[in-house]
Design a protein around this ligand. Sequence first.
Ligand code: FAD
Length: 458
Amino acid sequence: MEHDYDLLVIGAGSGGVRAARVAAGHGARVAIIEEYRVGGTCVIRGCVPKKLYVFASRFSDMFDLAPSFGWTVDANFDWPTLVANKEKEITRLEGAYVSGLEGTGAEVIRDRAEITGPNTLRLVNADRELSARYILVATGGHPFVPDIPGRELGITSDEAFDLETLPNSILIEGGGYVAVEFATIFAGLGVDTTIVYRGDCILRGFDEDLREGLDAGLERRGIRRIYQTNVTALRKQDDKVCASFSDGVDAPFDVVMFATGRRPNVRGLGLDKAGVKLATNGVVEVDAYSKTNVPSIYAVGDVTGRVALTPVAIREGQAFAETVFNDNPTAVDHSLIGTAVFAEPESAAIGLTEAEAATHGDIDVYIAKFRPMMNTLSTRSERMLMKLITEADGGKVLGLHIQGAGAAEMVQLAAIPMGMQANKADFDRAIAMHPTAAEELVTFKAPTHIYRDGVKQD
Ligand code: FAD
């Protein structure tokens, strides 16, 4: 049967756009359908605007340090200017994405798509049915908001970027990287900021040293953290939102933001009509080639619940297009993925945490904690952390954790030797560049501590 297209992509975010471009480049007839803005979460309300706001918030730290370098700064911040300039930039990027797609011959359709069968979908607004040899589900996710009374009075990261005015106070519920990054953004812009989290410390799953260091960094920046507590209700109180906490306390805030996780965009998508299977946690189940149980339907990115990061969605989109449209079966290796938290201090990691590595055999742990040079003329005592975890036998590098300025850039580069199975001797072979923070990574002498048979020895 002749179909309208070779490929219909639902969702023009990181994964969908890459898949559409590469498939069209291989000669496929492609349309990509987007119900909101081309670029998806990353470009419109994720990584890009977030990093721009992180840059904005970091000036306050720099202004604090400036006098020790002889500067006098009389600084004022204007929120509407930041919001407007951010909007200009993401609109520019959105345009670049559209021309990139159209340049490869993919058609961009602005509508909502709902699947009606293994090879068909309906455009909701145009009320038109389209068919294709393959359908790619790349619909991403949305913020999860707990089901509590008054939940509609809170916002999520989707709205946080475009608040009309900068609040005087904000409560952020959550302990993941989105909660922590927004807390440092708002605190850096002068907002009285509180985090409330049901766990015992932020950033569950990260190395304990990074978690503790970041917790201390938040404290130093005046961010209140309330642990083992959650918000049970919200209500309006004059022009504020009053939050009730599980420990019985009530407190008013200008804004309450939920950063309590994300859920896949599968609702009303018609996956059931095509018989596509979901996993028990609601994500679309796929094999190593991103194929669902229906041979004509694939899925990539956050909707598949593998690793919810832009470069991963892009890699999955690329691999899908290679597999299906270039006769080159390609699976994505999800085993060694670097990740960054653009909070203050910036934190980034790749590979195993110390706790994980200690259960995998004998390991050596090298730690350097030092005052970065930038702080040495001031009274600021904040330290930088470099941590390298290696196998005791042979020295293979298992994990790398960095906290401090430039952490994400350093981990991105270290991901290359780690992907090549580098060991400590490979790191040591590099001659240090001085004065840098990263030179610590190639000048470690003796381990700070070791684990033998799972037991820590100093
Ligand atoms: P998305 O980019 O979410 O795209 C899905 C698209 O599908 C959306 O545009 C949506 O409108 C559209 N859509 C959904 N349903 C339909 C439908 N039925 N019809 C038509 N269109 C539909 N990742 C990083 O790597 N680094 C970061 O620093 C980072 N920061 C982040 C900060 C925040 C605040 C958030 C929320 C996320 C961040 N992420 C970051 C994660 C990253 O944004 C996602 O992993 C990535 O965007 C996933 O890409 P995707 O293609 O799966 O989905």
